[in-house]
Design a protein around this ligand. Structure first.
Ligand SMILES: [Zn+2]
Length: 56
């Protein structure tokens, strides 16, 4: 669940989700991020939020 950065309303479910490889850290380890795209039902703003991080 995400919160709109504009008006603060809660967006219950992402409209779209996808996975993305994050940047490697100092040890060269990468994280896979799951990103959710939300659309606020209250003000219509679109925003992204990291749903989960996973080592790959
Ligand atoms: Zn909003």
């Amino acid at each position: 669940m995400g919160n709109c950065p504009k008006c603060g309303a809660a967006a219950p479910a992402p409209k779209k989700t996808w996975k993305m490889a994050g940047r490697p850290d100092k040890q060269g380890k990468r994280m896979q991020l799951e990103i959710g795209l939300y659309k606020c039902a209250s003000c219509g703003a679109s925003f992204r939020e990291v749903l989960s991080k996973q080592k790959i």
